[in-house]
Design a protein around this ligand. Structure first.
Ligand SMILES: [Fe+2]
Length: 128
């Protein structure tokens, strides 16, 4: 069973999909079941730069990946960030290129519940 807002990754081709509605079927890609991406959390300084960090501005909140921003190189970068409303009624997703800055500005009216960031090398990370 796949549940709404879960992310799944194909271990063969790397495709990532997000579930928009619950279902009982198994998600399959490249002939294999897809793997559920469980977000990691850390208190370990070594990986702290993956965890979304909130910077409050007067007119918006900025969600940056890492208090000290995550590296953004071709070899190692953040692919995207997703910000979920507290009631999961809305999602804001931003894709990044290796030369961009890993942050997104969110209007104050967006009731932020949690955020996840996807690193191309180290997987999915969450900030509750
Ligand atoms: Fe990383």
């Amino acid at each position: 069973m796949a549940s709404k807002l879960e992310l799944y990754k194909c271990s063969v081709c790397g495709q990532i999909v997000e579930v928009v509605k619950d279902g009982v079927g198994e998600l399959v890609c490249c002939g294999q079941p897809m793997e559920l991406l469980a977000p990691q959390r850390t208190e370990n300084e070594k990986f702290e730069y993956h965890v979304p960090f909130v910077i409050e501005h007067e007119d918006c909140n900025e969600i940056q990946v890492g208090e000290k921003p995550h590296p953004m190189t071709q070899e190692h970068h953040i692919e995207f960030i997703e910000i979920y409303a507290k009631d999961n009624s809305k999602i804001l997703r931003k894709y990044f290129t290796p030369d961009s800055h890993p942050s997104v500005k969110v209007p104050k009216c967006f009731d932020i519940g949690r955020a996840v960031a996807m690193c191309n090398l180290h997987g999915l990370w969450e900030k509750p």
